[in-house]
Design a protein around this ligand. Structure first.
Ligand SMILES: [Zn+2]
Length: 124
């Protein structure tokens, strides 16, 4: 389950950001996960539960935003939605396309901290 490794590296970044902002703890973590990123949101939540205890993100709310996947058809010069796989077929003209424009995201979109002096702050 590579989600644990992903969550561990995310936590490294989150811990560094929290220190930089003198945060006491992390209130909320928002991740953007593409539909064909190969990452399962449920497995990611499970990994977070496994690696976050004792860290600055202990007890933080994990928000996962799914990014729909899209590929581009050169024939139609339009994007179309894709579900899974590696080779995609345009629903209009049935041409094959490997030109993926969205859906492979695996990003830390937003962190919200609790600092000694303030209520939760939004940091991009
Ligand atoms: Zn097409």
């Amino acid at each position: 389950m590579h989600e644990v490794g992903i969550m561990e590296s995310a936590l490294t970044v989150i811990t560094r950001e929290a220190r930089a902002h003198h945060a006491q703890r992390v209130e909320r973590i928002t991740l953007r996960i593409g539909a064909i990123s190969g990452v399962e949101p449920d497995a990611l939540r499970f990994a977070f539960e496994a690696v976050s205890p004792g860290s600055v993100a202990d007890g933080a709310k994990l928000v996962i935003r799914r990014v729909p996947a899209r590929a581009h058809c050169r024939e139609c010069d339009k994007d179309f939605t894709i579900e899974s796989g590696f080779i995609f077929q345009c629903p209009r003209c049935h041409a094959f396309s490997g030109d993926v424009r969205a859906g492979r995201e695996l990003e830390l979109a937003r962190l919200e901290f609790v600092t000694p002096s303030t209520t939760p702050r939004h940091v991009h």
